[in-house]
Design a protein around this ligand. Structure first.
Ligand code: MRU
Length: 366
């Protein structure tokens, strides 16, 4: 099925829609096919949703969380359980299958915990299976709506840190495709541009999966935001000579001390940023904070298939040799100038500032 997968913000800027709950099932835009083709699939089985997450049909930490919530709701909705007890047993299995898809992005586990809490609440209140199913679907849709609101708040806080005019570097894709909202890092850039700031984005291609070249370049171009695509090994050169005013990236998991897991290559950008006096910002929702993990050494790093390194879009580019593919790296907190959340901006010492934001109520930023 070919679809026009877009919505417009108030200011009519293009926003990609990676996932939607529909009456027919969970509809996902296949991000593996971008930018060449805009193809979507409709999933009616939670196992298909789990496979889609694992195979990168949908990717990006907050979007993975939305997909997991919808997958859990889908599993409950299509269950043939005859009692709440039977449904509970199935639901536990559904959550386990979804949890085994990608280990680093904590939003996945955050979303599943939230769906579990809602299920427990409902199971304690009622034995009406149809009612429980509808309420679980409503919860998943609420997770999606909240992500949209969260991104916009992050964008408003982060825009103040962007230059009035200048170059901003990012990494991977932390845009609408990665969050199911307006994006975290790209949301910051988007709001800054809407405020009239003249930003030119420097986009590293982000080997091996090319989320920068394929997805960020596509999103920015569609949104009318000027960009220059570079290869990953040009990052140091551009930070030294390219008049880059700031860097803003997303995150897959932020530890209690501020150490941040993000797409492989982020660490070297942060180190080079410090060397060249460029501020390095992380934009992430509160759901990406994992305060149970003391530091980056305790964040699990996903090892993906070596074929994603030896092959490009199915074409072999290296001989049949051993190849490594850690999908994420850890940027130590000392390289991070600030962490932008929907509740405000955290600065070092992060152990205190992140904990304060985590327990704070939502701050409204005009
Ligand atoms: O492997 P991916 O494409 O899921 O990795 C995505 C990233 O690393 C993003 O930068 C991160 O999830 C933040 S998304 C707002």
């Amino acid at each position: 099925m070919k679809v026009v997968f877009a919505s417009q913000t108030n200011s009519q800027m293009y926003v990609a829609q990676p996932i939607e709950w529909t009456d027919g099932g969970v509809v996902m835009l296949d991000q593996r096919r971008l930018p060449a083709e805009e193809i979507s699939y409709t999933y009616t089985d939670y196992r298909e949703v789990a496979k889609a997450i694992r195979d990168m049909v949908i990717r990006g930490a907050p979007a993975i969380g939305v997909a997991a919530a919808m997958g859990a709701a889908l599993g409950v909705l299509h269950s043939s359980a005859k009692s709440v007890g039977e449904l509970q047993t199935e639901f536990t299995e559904i959550c386990e299958v979804l949890a085994k898809t990608r280990p680093t992005a904590v939003d996945l586990f955050w979303a599943l915990e939230r769906m579990k809490r809602r299920f427990a609440q409902l199971a304690a209140e009622t034995s009406d299976l149809a009612g429980i199913k509808q309420s679980m679907v409503a919860e998943a849709r609420e997770v999606h709506l909240e992500k949209k609101a969260t991104d916009e708040a992050i964008g408003r806080f982060g825009a103040d840190l962007m230059p009035r005019q200048g170059r901003v570097m990012t990494q991977c894709n932390a845009g609408a495709l990665a969050t199911a909202g307006i994006g975290t890092a790209l949301g910051v850039i988007r709001v800054a541009v809407q405020q009239g700031r003249e930003i030119h984005v420097i986009v590293p291609e982000t080997r091996p999966y090319l989320q920068g070249a394929r997805l960020t370049a596509w999103e920015l171009q569609k949104g009318g935001i000027p960009l220059t695509l570079i290869t990953d090994n040009m990052v140091g050169h551009f930070l030294k000579t390219g008049k880059v005013s700031a860097i803003v990236t997303g995150a897959d998991r932020v530890a209690a001390n501020g150490d941040t897991a993000n797409k492989i290559g982020t660490y070297q950008i942060a180190v080079l940023a410090k060397e060249n006096g460029v501020p390095f910002y992380v934009a992430a929702p509160i759901s990406t904070l994992d305060l149970n993990v003391p530091d980056g050494d305790h964040i699990p790093i996903e090892e993906r298939s070596a074929a994603e390194v030896t092959h490009l879009q199915g074409v072999r580019i290296a001989p049949d040799v051993h190849a490594a593919h850690p999908a994420f790296d850890i940027t130590p907190a000392r390289y991070i100038s600030a962490i932008i959340t929907e509740r405000g901006v955290a600065r070092a010492p992060y152990t205190e500032s992140l904990r304060a934001l985590h327990s704070a109520v939502q701050t409204v930023k005009a």
